[in-house]
Ligand binder design. Structure first.
Ligand code: SAM
Ligand code: SF4
Length: 465
């Protein structure tokens, strides 16, 4: 597979097992300076087995997370627009030879209704997700453009979706240009596995069977002007330490070629998917403890890259991973096209879901839980709208400047959410949080926030710094 030197990764992992605790201490000391770790250093931390040192890694990850991101956590919902697919990925419920599921591609009016439902719940950020095939003779790109247009066009009162990210199949540079033109934020694509042989065994049919075409998709997206890219492995297909170093090698490639790494890293674990046998018994299942170590080591390895966690994980696991470095979470998700409805039976609408979920809480329950754990729920999309993307974002993030802006925007968008959507107890808890954070701000920031809040009180929405 392009960009991935398996021999180097295996050698690093072999040597890391021999590293002594003096070496681990030195790396932990370096993490305090918020510098990016080398592949060798990440390999050492991934190989630590002593529970006491694992705890130290967790503490270091929490420190880095708080130093760069503060306490805010960004919320989003996926919108599955289609489960039609020409590929046959062995772990996925949408695979083409799965006759057990009902297939559906949403049309513009169905997308509009789904988004209206999400807007009424308070969502502001959407991740559009789909299989690799388009309905009704449309090309893939034309279908995506139509869908993204429908998402941005939907409106409920003053509420609209602020940012659409996309998780779709690899495209050509020309098609990526069109995608960029549609106003997307992040283009997300998971390599699934960075191990060549495993990749070929898992993707036996369709365009996805070419690992090089997939791993080079971010390069083409960059070339087309999309500079916020999200990548990730699908944990469970191959050894988790190898996958993490594969992912970090991919980051190195991006940094070398484009002077900026990925905007986000996702850490999906395989979940059971109806009709995809492999998903019930993944070949390299990763335990909860190992998974926590992965998230913490990623936080330390690439301090300035957002880490995304989805509702694949249980509420308890999500709470723990937040302190270890996760900065964005999905909320109230459905993985079936058309699955959002008031009866809240996950995946029970008129098509089948991709996999089952570990967290079926409503957005309000998730907001309440974040507040309870002292995280500021954020619905902000300011960076992308102020063109703080790619290298510009990293320049701001590195000295920690983004933390102040993010916290400020998080508090503004939290107040909007509380005023427009929250029940009384959640609103009260949220206001308490706002008061607490307000009192910690510098005088000038307090004045600025006061002025934003008075605008919110008078009905203005969607302001940001
Ligand atoms: N079809 C496109 C693709 O494969 O890139 C984009 C959408 S696909 C639905 C999004 C991601 O879902 C995949 O990249 C894969 O990592 C993840 N996925 C597939 N099956 C899964 C499962 N059983 N459990 C958890 N995640 C899964
Ligand atoms: Fe299709 Fe994506 Fe599922 Fe593979 S992971 S079967 S490409 S939807």
């Amino acid at each position: 597979m392009k960009y991935i030197n398996e021999e180097r990764i295996n050698n690093l992992l072999f040597d890391a097992r021999k590293a002594d605790y003096g070496r681990v201490e030195a790396i932990l000391k370096k993490t305090k300076t918020l510098q990016r770790l080398s592949l060798e250093e990440s390999a050492v931390l991934l190989s630590v087995k002593d529970p006491e040192y694992i705890m130290r890694i967790f503490e270091a990850a929490s420190f880095v997370k708080d130093s760069i991101y503060g306490r805010r956590v960004v919320l989003f919902a996926p919108l599955y627009i289609s489960n039609l697919c020409v590929n046959n990925c062995r772990y996925c419920g949408f695979k083409s030879d799965n006759a057990a599921i009902r297939r559906k591609a949403l049309d513009p009016s169905e997308i509009n209704r789904q988004i209206q439902w999400l807007l009424r719940r308070g969502h502001k950020r959407i991740l559009v997700v789909c299989g690799e095939a388009a309905p009704g003779g449309l090309s893939n790109i034309d279908y995506y453009l139509q869908a993204i247009g429908s998402v941005y066009a939907a409106q409920v009162g003053k509420h609209r979706i602020k940012r659409v990210n996309v998780n779709c199949a690899p495209l050509s540079v020309d098609d990526f240009r069109k995608l960029k033109g549609s106003g997307i934020g992040t283009f997300q694509i998971f390599q699934e596995t960075y191990h060549d042989q495993t990749y070929r065994q898992m993707h036996i049919k369709g365009p996805k069977s070419d690992p090089d075409n997939r791993i080079s998709a971010p390069d083409r997206a960059f070339e087309a002007g999309i500079d916020d890219i999200g990548i990730g492995p699908l944990y469970g297909l191959y050894d988790w330490k190898f996958e993490t170093l594969g992912l970090l090698s991919h980051v190195e490639h991006m940094e070398k070629e484009f002077k900026v790494g990925p905007h986000t890293i996702s850490v999906p674990r395989i979940e059971p998917a109806e009709g995809a046998e492999l998903s019930f018994d993944p070949p390299h299942k990763i335990s909860d403890e190992e998974f926590k170590q992965v998230v913490a080591v990623l936080r330390l390895s690439v301090p300035y890259t957002g880490i995304i966690l989805t509702t694949r994980e249980s509420p308890a696991m999500r709470d723990q991973l937040l302190s270890l470095g996760v900065s964005q979470v999905s909320a109230e998700s459905s993985t079936s096209p058309g699955g959002y409805s008031d009866n809240r039976i996950p995946n029970a609408e008129f098509s089948s879901g991709q996999f089952s979920l570990g967290d079926n809480r409503t957005i309000e329950e998730i907001v309440a839980s974040l507040i309870e754990h002292d995280y500021i729920p954020s619905f902000c999309a300011a960076c992308y709208r102020k063109e703080r993307t790619g290298e510009a974002f990293m320049r701001l993030a590195k000295p920690g400047t983004i933390k102040g802006k993010c916290s400020m925007n998080a508090l503004i968008t939290l107040k909007e959410y509380l005023d427009d959507f929250a029940s009384e107890p959640v609103r009260e808890a949220g206001y308490d949080m706002i008061r607490r954070y307000y009192s910690q701000l510098e005088h000038a920031e307090q004045e600025m926030l006061k002025s934003f809040f008075s605008h919110v009180d008078s009905g203005v929405r969607d302001e940001y710094v």
